[in-house]
Design a protein. Structure first.
Length: 759
């Protein structure tokens, strides 16, 4: 029997024992970062590795070496005096500096700061064969007990080694000894099991933002958001204003769905109280409402459980596929915008309680959602979405409740309108959210379903079977973004290609690269309109001539291949981008001849008529993009509704493409906006509009605004298809004049379905 088979049998035995003891639920299958599939570890993560969002105990573990590694050393950003914690950093494999190394055996002792039960230890190492030994002790001086040993000769030649303990081992200290031939390299250590958590030994939360210290007699609607602070005097005034309404333990109120929510205390007025809510939908869309739930007493915290009933037809009857979903907003700190509500958590995709407290200032109060702990006179922000999912036209209602509070009636009217699904190019320049060292087997389906539900059609990479792009391609219309010309693209980006010096040999190499792509596309059943090649990112004045010359070589190799270009011409300063004449001079000789997928930086569309004439010329995709999600932690409407407005901008121009950077491109830990880039060491904010949960993406209002924009585009397209293009363009003009997008959407629905809508 192979070592891998032996390990799987041992894991199965452990799981049976644990299940018989009633300790663990049946774990779902895990897909590890190396592609292997097996049951998830039997226990919680105890080693606090960044990148894992599932069950864990924040033990506060640290470690020390018997002999410090030096090839390379465990240091922070090449700073010899600062310890690196590389063995817990959560980085996947692939960068030379993520490992630590030592010639001969590497011995490291982990102190978990509490009594633990160890079940499994996983090692990531690029060493071809890695012998390993595990010892456990209760005290720092021992005695040590050997609990696992793997001889180097028996070690598999794999990056991931799962050391499954034959029996659970108890102790505070874990000593790991590993050795390879020559240099022993070690990238990551992950430890699984159970650990003591008590009032005397709490979890080591290490919050990103330290909890605020109460000063005098003051309250905050959302813990950690200073803008929501108010005095006891303001609370007493509010009591007098609300009168009998305060007989309820908690009050529901309507707050802005797409604008700032926590820019002031969440003490609702009588007019804002939510008693009866209404949404109107086509048969295939989602609509959202933001609410607040406020504790009416300042004397103590209050725990409430919120529930949303299933929908029923008004007057009785089944609602079919119509469904509602209730989420709660986390308050997350950021570099640029202080603390704001951001991630929207569903009850089945919460971070473990310790991580909720680490990353969110209100994490303690929402960690058990749908049970919510409201601080004295405090509030929670809830996000309510309704999805019609081809429900039959008609009137429906559901009930939103919290214990002992007045219920809220939610009414939904589904119109006999089905939105078309026109082809658009909607690009986000990223994949999906991630989890390390494994993801659950249903995660990809959840990721793709959510992202496609926003209208996203452009996916990075070939749709190979088993890949995320492959799953997206199976589920609906996709177009695939392919890095097209290898090292030529890297040289082009760096301005290292002189178009006058391109030779016949270069043409042959480009033809070979393009021919390979054509063969790959054909093998996957893709037509030429289903994929396109990128030469390099954001060409500017310096490399535009070379870009055009390489485009012509691609055209010569196969004129049917689609070419993508996203010119930016960024220069910074007051002007931000180059002048109209300079842009036109750089692109004019080749752009319309060669580019099929046109996506200039949005700034190039302003006050630059010559360049705009190039971008507006007919082609497969006319679009634009913004670099914007570094601002996605803002609550202000311009940063939230931007992603909805993009769709209106595209429709108003008669274009069929838009995009933004980026759906999910964190610069380190995606939950910590203050850490450095895992790969470059640079300090910069994250570029993301969703967060990674243990089971899939955790949305934000920004990501939901993408969906709203896509559905608005579909609605405007329906107007055009039914002979009302002028009316649709008039709505776009009204948007430019300042009318709100929700109001314009309702006007558009009335144009399509003119009978009386529910108010």
């Amino acid at each position: 029997m192979s070592m891998r088979s032996t390990g799987m049998v041992a894991l199965a035995i452990l799981l049976v024992v644990a299940l018989q003891a009633g300790e663990l639920p049946v774990p779902p299958e895990a897909i590890w970062y190396d592609g292997s599939r097996s049951p998830a570890p039997a226990g919680k993560l105890l080693s606090d590795n960044d990148g894992y969002w599932g069950d864990s105990v924040l033990t506060g573990v640290d470690y020390a070496y018997e002999r410090a590694p030096d090839n390379p050393a465990d240091i922070w950003r090449e700073t010899a005096g600062k310890f690196g914690r590389r063995l817990l950093d959560g980085k996947p494999v692939g960068n030379w500096w993520t490992s630590v190394g030592l010639t001969g055996p590497l011995v490291v002792t982990f102190d978990f700061k509490r009594h633990c039960t160890f079940r499994e230890v996983d090692l990531d190492s690029r060493s071809k064969r890695l012998g390993a030994k595990l010892d456990v002790a209760t005290g720092a001086a021992g005695p040590w007990r050997l609990v696992h040993e793997l001889a180097r000769a028996d070690a598999p030649e794999t990056q991931l080694r799962r050391l499954l303990l034959a029996a659970p081992a108890e102790g505070r200290y874990l000593r790991l000894t590993v050795q390879a031939e020559g240099i022993t390299w070690l990238d990551e250590v992950l430890v699984w099991g159970a650990a003591e958590v008590s009032a005397e030994v709490p979890e080591a939360y290490r919050p990103v933002l330290a909890p605020p210290v109460a000063a005098e007699i003051a309250f905050a609607s959302i813990p950690g958001i200073a803008k929501t602070g108010f005095s006891d005097a303001r609370y007493w005034d509010w009591q007098r204003e609300m009168g009998e309404a305060l007989a309820q333990p908690a009050l529901w109120s309507v707050v802005p769905t797409w604008d700032a929510i926590t820019d002031k205390p969440l003490l609702p007025t009588q007019e804002a109280l939510a008693r009866d809510l209404s949404v109107v939908l086509a048969r295939n869309e989602t609509e959202c409402v933001a609410l607040a739930l406020t504790n009416t007493t300042w004397e103590k915290a209050r725990t409430v459980e919120v529930t949303l009933s299933p929908f029923r037809r008004a007057g009785g009857g089944d609602a079919g596929a119509l469904r509602g979903e209730l989420r709660v907003a986390g308050a997350i700190p950021s570099r640029l915008y202080d603390v704001n509500v951001g991630p929207l958590f569903a009850g089945d995709d919460l971070l473990p309680a310790g991580l909720m407290r680490r990353y969110l200032t209100n994490g303690a109060g929402i960690a058990a959602f749908p049970r919510v702990v409201l601080s004295p006179a405090g509030s929670a922000v809830l996000w309510l979405s309704v999805t019609s999912a081809d429900a039959a036209p008609g009137h429906y209602q559901a009930t939103l409740t919290c214990a002992d509070g007045t219920p809220v009636t939610l009414r939904a009217e589904v119109l006999d309108v089905t939105l078309p699904r026109p082809f658009v190019w909607l690009q986000t320049w990223s994949g999906v959210s991630t989890m390390f060292p494994f993801r659950y087997a249903d995660r990809d389906e959840r990721e793709v379903a959510y992202k496609q539900g926003l209208g996203v059609t452009a996916w990075n990479g070939w749709p190979t079977p088993g890949s995320v792009p492959g799953l997206a391609h199976q589920r609906g219309r996709t177009i695939h973004h392919i890095w097209g010309i290898g090292d030529y693209g890297h040289r082009l980006y760096g301005g290292a290609i002189d178009p006058a010096k391109l030779t016949a040999e270069d043409g042959q190499k480009i033809a070979a690269l393009i021919g390979g792509h054509v063969q790959q596309a054909a093998a996957l059943g893709l037509g030429y309109d289903d994929w396109y090649v990128e030469l390099t990112d954001e060409p500017g004045k310096g490399n535009s001539p070379a870009f055009g010359a390489l485009c012509r070589l691609i055209r010569k190799a196969d004129p049917r291949v689609r070419v993508y270009c996203n010119p930016s011409f960024w220069v910074g300063g007051e002007s931000l981008v180059l002048s109209d004449a300079e842009i036109h001079d750089a692109l004019g000789p080749w752009y319309n001849e060669c580019v099929d997928i046109s996506s200039p930086l949005y700034l190039l569309l302003r006050d630059r008529p010559q360049a705009l004439a190039l971008f507006a010329a007919p082609r497969l995709v006319r679009g634009f993009y913004t670099v914007s999600t570094q601002s996605a932690k803002s609550e202000r409407a311009p940063q939230v509704e931007l992603y909805r407005r993009q769709a209106w901008d595209a429709f108003a121009r008669g274009w069929n493409g838009w995009g933004f950077y980026s759906y999910f491109a964190p610069r380190g830990n995606p939950w910590d906006d203050f850490d450095a880039d895992w790969y470059t060491g640079e300090d910069m904010p994250d570029y993301e509009m969703v967060y990674p949960g243990p089971r899939g993406p955790i949305p934000t209002r920004q990501s939901e605004a993408v969906r709203e924009g896509w559905e608005d585009y579909c609605l405007l397209t329906l107007l055009a298809q039914t002979g009302k293009l002028a009316e649709a363009q008039a709505l776009c003009t009204a948007r430019d004049a300042g009318e709100t997008l929700p109001a314009l959407r309702e006007r558009a629905l009335r144009m399509v379905f003119p009978s009386r809508l529910m108010r």
